[in-house]
Design a protein. Structure first.
Length: 52
């Protein structure tokens, strides 16, 4: 697995990316749900940034 960067420079993005750490303890068949959660979290974060 590729290492997750230490930080993206935004606490909200970092919090979403930290959720990817769950992948190492899950069977591969459950990875898609984790990626879906991360994608949704990033979309939400970007939308909030646009509103500012």
């Amino acid at each position: 697995m590729t290492e997750i960067p230490e930080g993206a420079g935004d606490e909200r993005v970092d919090a979403v990316l930290a959720g990817l750490e769950r992948l190492s303890g899950l069977p591969v068949g459950e990875h898609a749900a984790v990626y879906d959660d991360a994608y949704a979290g990033l979309e939400e974060t970007l939308a909030a940034m646009d509103e500012q």
